[in-house]
Unconditional design. Structure first.
Length: 56
């Protein structure tokens, strides 16, 4: 009986640890994606303040 309880607790701890690692890796991936997006946005030149229609 005690062994079954200990085994269940061990499984719960392993599951919680696995979930925590997955959440951390997802947070790392999210921060990398945000950094990449910010870098891409920063590399695009700003549009000019005034635009003139030269074809009219």
């Amino acid at each position: 009986m005690v062994e079954a309880i200990m085994g269940m607790q061990t499984a719960q701890i392993q599951s919680a640890y696995s979930t925590a690692l997955m959440k951390r890796s997802m947070d790392d991936a999210e921060s990398q994606a945000l950094s990449l997006i910010n870098d891409m946005v920063a590399s695009v030149p700003q549009p000019p303040q005034y635009t003139f229609d030269v074809r009219a």
